[in-house]
Design a protein around this ligand. Structure first.
Ligand code: MN
Length: 212
């Protein structure tokens, strides 16, 4: 399956905004077309530009062309914007209009091992998504040392994202992701998201990470 590693977000030595992996209508069960268009063309694009800008700043510091004290600030800018870029690449792939139940045996087993069963995972993931204060994400990720699955409630694009985590499923709960259709009812948006997860894509990414 294509796009499983989100490599389309980097080309020619810079981060790039990949086109949406599906038609706008494919997001309709969860998201209206105007929300998706603004979110992708404006918000996601800004994170791509920010990540490239931070990389330029870091190179200038390395070359002695900028105050060395600027490194922590440039690093924070990189973490925010590159985190945003990666998570949005995932997000656009995680949603589909014809979601089928998770059937991949390896991912089913990993979810059962960590969360008891699929319902336990859903309970925890929804709790993370609905509970993020302000802007952030609910993320299902593979932790590198243990290869265990973990659910994280991440503020902004990077706070509380443990080092080395490999996200495989990401639900954007910034207001820009849902406000036009759902207003302040984030729970209704999260419910719709959970019913339209592209489990085939998520499982492919999970297996790809765990096999490497
Ligand atoms: Mn977003």
């Amino acid at each position: 399956m294509e796009n499983h590693c989100c490599k389309e977000g980097f080309a020619g030595g810079v981060y790039v905004l990949p086109p949406l992996p599906r038609e706008l209508s494919e997001y309709e069960p969860v998201l209206d077309a105007e929300t998706v268009r603004l979110h992708h063309d404006c918000h996601h694009a800004a994170y791509v530009a920010g990540a490239n800008g931070a990389m330029t700043e870091l190179r200038r510091i390395a070359a002695g062309k900028e105050d060395a004290n600027a490194a922590p600030c440039a690093t924070r800018k990189l973490a925010f914007n590159l985190g945003g870029h990666l998570l949005h690449c995932l997000y656009w792939n995680c949603i589909c209009s014809d979601s089928k139940p998770l059937s991949d045996s390896a991912l089913v087993a990993a979810i059962a091992e960590q969360f008891g069963d699929f319902d336990g995972f859903v309970r925890l993931f929804k709790s993370a998504a609905i509970g993020v204060q302000g802007s952030g994400w609910a993320i299902l990720a593979v932790e590198q040392m243990s290869r265990r699955l973990m659910v994280l409630a991440v503020h902004r694009h990077q706070d509380a994202l443990v080092g080395g985590m490999m996200p495989i499923l990401a639900c954007d709960v910034w207001e820009h992701a849902y406000y036009l259709r759902y207003q302040n009812n984030r729970a209704a948006y999260v419910d719709a998201f959970m019913r339209h997860i592209n489990w085939e894509w998520v499982a492919h990414r999970f297996n790809n990470i765990c096999q490497n």
